[in-house]
Design a binder for this molecule. Structure first.
Ligand SMILES: [Zn+2]
Length: 357
């Protein structure tokens, strides 16, 4: 009677949205759609951020689930949200459950991590009047966002990257590349120079759906880092802090701190948890990103550099379809085994969060 959860993983943004809305309707839950004011999908049609909420509006406790912050990584999170709805997920009595589908619909529809302005939404939550510096990125900028993607071009740029990693260490290299930067709008992991549409929309959703909550657990679904199908709950707070303690109490050893070097992720700037904390002051927030692995880090960075080249520097669209597929394959392992593995992780971590409310 009910299909297996991995069957809810979508083939594209349009199908993902349709399946999410249908699952909401089947569960008797209303969906609020927010249309993007300017960006369109590859089909020329409008793009939407969709939100559903269950439980009382004035609930003091809530679980917030977000997918598609990094666009193309939304295949995973969308499948999870739809699967949860089809499995009749429900918040505990008196609590609220809010789902945000496709926070960055442009990236999802176009198989990109970034939004329509090349902004990484998960680096966008900073004070744009004085954004953080990333001197390592500045040093490597031309090698990261290379303009010559021939074999020789890559070899030259990779040699510069390798020299940096050798001099400063692999962790420093990863932080320089991926930590977030605010100086190169044509580069990778660019956090923008203003609040993005997605960040603005998130603020509106939180105000409408969660302004009464005093205790919030939030999970943002990501893909990329780690062994294929494995996962971790990435948090920023270091061991010994209340947030780290709470995350460990909920997710056990899956909770991994970036600032303490426990995580596969480098420490990042401008992440979405800062936005949520800032939009909901006085709330006890436990925010984690469930990151599930797809391909090796070097492969991921190469795909991102090619996508950046295609969008910023390519003379024509000759390689556009190939690179779009490469991006999809890099952040979405479209196989039954991978979907089963990441679904199991998502279901387990969501259930623990619900139980912790
Ligand atoms: Zn991500």
């Amino acid at each position: 009677m009910s299909a297996s959860p991995e069957s809810y993983f979508p083939q594209d943004y349009r199908g993902a949205r349709k399946a999410f809305i249908a699952a909401c309707e089947a569960a008797g839950v209303d969906v609020i759609a927010r249309v993007h004011p300017s960006a369109k999908g590859p089909d020329g049609k409008p793009l939407f951020l969709d939100v559903c909420a269950m439980g009382p509006r004035d609930a003091q406790k809530a679980l917030l689930l977000i997918c598609g912050t990094h666009g193309v990584e939304g295949y995973f999170g969308s499948g999870v949200l739809t699967g949860l709805l089809r499995g009749r997920v429900a918040p505990p009595d008196g609590a609220r459950l809010v789902m945000i589908h496709a926070l960055n619909p442009f990236g999802f529809a176009w198989n990109r991590r970034v939004d329509e302005s090349n902004v990484d939404i998960n680096r966008n939550f900073v004070d744009h009047a004085s954004p953080p510096a990333n001197p390592g990125y500045d040093e490597l900028a031309d090698a990261i966002a290379l303009r010559d993607v021939s074999d020789a071009g890559f070899a030259h740029a990779d040699a510069i990257m390798a020299a940096y990693a050798k001099q400063h260490g692999q962790a420093a290299w990863q932080q320089a590349v991926s930590g977030g930067q605010y100086t190169h709008p044509d580069g990778l992991f660019y956090g923008g120079d203003r609040e993005s549409w997605s960040a603005h929309a998130l603020r509106a959703v939180l105000r409408e759906d969660l302004s009464r909550a005093r205790k919030i657990i939030a999970m943002d679904f990501h893909t990329g880092l780690g062994q294929s199908g494995a996962g971790e709950m990435i948090i920023e707070a270091a061991p010994g802090t209340p947030i780290h303690d709470r995350a460990r109490a909920i997710w056990g050893s899956l909770a991994a701190s970036t600032s303490a070097g426990e995580s596969l992720s480098a420490p990042l700037t401008g992440t979405i948890d800062h936005g949520v904390a800032q939009f909901l002051p006085g709330t006890e927030l436990t925010f984690a990103a469930l990151e599930v692995g797809t391909v090796a880090l070097e492969q991921m960075v190469r795909a991102l550099r090619l996508a950046n080249w295609q969008d910023r520097f390519a003379p024509d669209g000759r390689r556009a379809a190939e690179i779009s597929k490469l991006m999809r394959d890099t952040f979405y392992t479209d196989t039954p085994a991978w979907k089963r593995a990441v679904w199991a992780l998502a279901e387990k971590t969501v259930n623990r969060a619900l139980a912790a409310l």
